[in-house]
Design a protein around this ligand. Sequence first.
Ligand SMILES: [Zn+2]
Length: 420
Amino acid sequence: MTAANITRRAVLAGGTSALAAGIFAAHSSATPLNGSGEALEVHVIVIDGLRNDEVNPDLMPHVASLDSASIRYANANAIQIAETLPNHTAMMTGVSPARSGVPANKIYDRDERKFRNLDRPQDLTAPTILERLRTERGITTASVLSKDYLHGLFQGRATVHWNPAPLIPLTDHAPDAATMDALLRIMVDHSPRMTFTNLGDVDRVGHIDVTGNDIRLARTAAVRHTDTQVRRFVSFLKESGRWNRSVVILIADHSMDWSRPLSLISLHVPFSLDPMLRDNIEIADNGGASLWYWTGDPALRDDAVERMRQIAMLHPGIDSVHAAGVLNLGPRGGDAVAFCKPGWRFTDPTVLSNPIPGNHGHGVTLPIPLIVTGGHPQLPGKLTVSDAVTTMDVAPTVAALFGLVPPPNGWDGTALPAVM
Ligand SMILES: [Zn+2]
């Protein structure tokens, strides 16, 4: 088979209207609202933290083999911050963190004056396609999210919302085998036409894999196991007759990097030694990203951010510092964000605060695998798309497939080229 390389421009040159016509033709003829036996199904499966180099025939023989009849996006990226909550949110809302309210996993909550994960249903301030498909199109949706904080954030959105169990102590996630059991059970019991699943093992094992970037012993075992879980789902779709009406989006929410034992960046002490910053700064540690919140006189914010930037840039391992507004993170993202270089990690308030070697959030962890597969006759077959796409493009794609109109003020993402 030969891979065709296309660009978004090439697709659009064929006509935005042609693309849209394909989408709407697909559904006007094939999708009654309440899901008959022949109705289109869309399944989004997130392999949490998967790297592009792990999608190969040795580690993931099944996922790699899907490639032979799939659209592969060679230039797919997470949005910043390259963490779990913001990128799952991006996938289901199609809008930036400034609009969704979810810029990072962990923030400093100025109202409550404490650090916390964005794991409450009310933290998500934008509509998701999970409830919009349900209420506007009468489509049964399901969320099957292995991680406890994801479960919390998305509570109340989908028609069927799985409560992850059994939760593994410390990692607060359900193992992939249990998550896949749940997804298959929900498929049988509820016949959802749109599902959103997070498989957490690859990420959770990756965080604690002390063998690092070159060896990845535990990580490798997890990747192989997760490949078998994806195979279970594809086999189920085929055996139950759903494959030929399904579009399956296989994606990661971010990648993974491993820090060297002594490549640590701790900014609390150097910030505290500065008379202006002392007692007026909070640092929300997000692995490869560090979010800074100025809590002093608002009139001094710009000066304070500049002072923080100057102090931080003297530290080895700092890659870049950005005003949060530049990254479109919204007010919860703080006043400035620093990213580390590959092989480093942030650890605040002390050098012992973050003992986890595997981490993400920084630039090297933005590239992600993204494959669109399935047996739906309108999928084009094997194709490599070189356009830059992001996790924010998932919601507009699913919406277009089901004929769901954009939200008020539109999407920030764009429907994936070549899906239909
Ligand atoms: Zn993740």
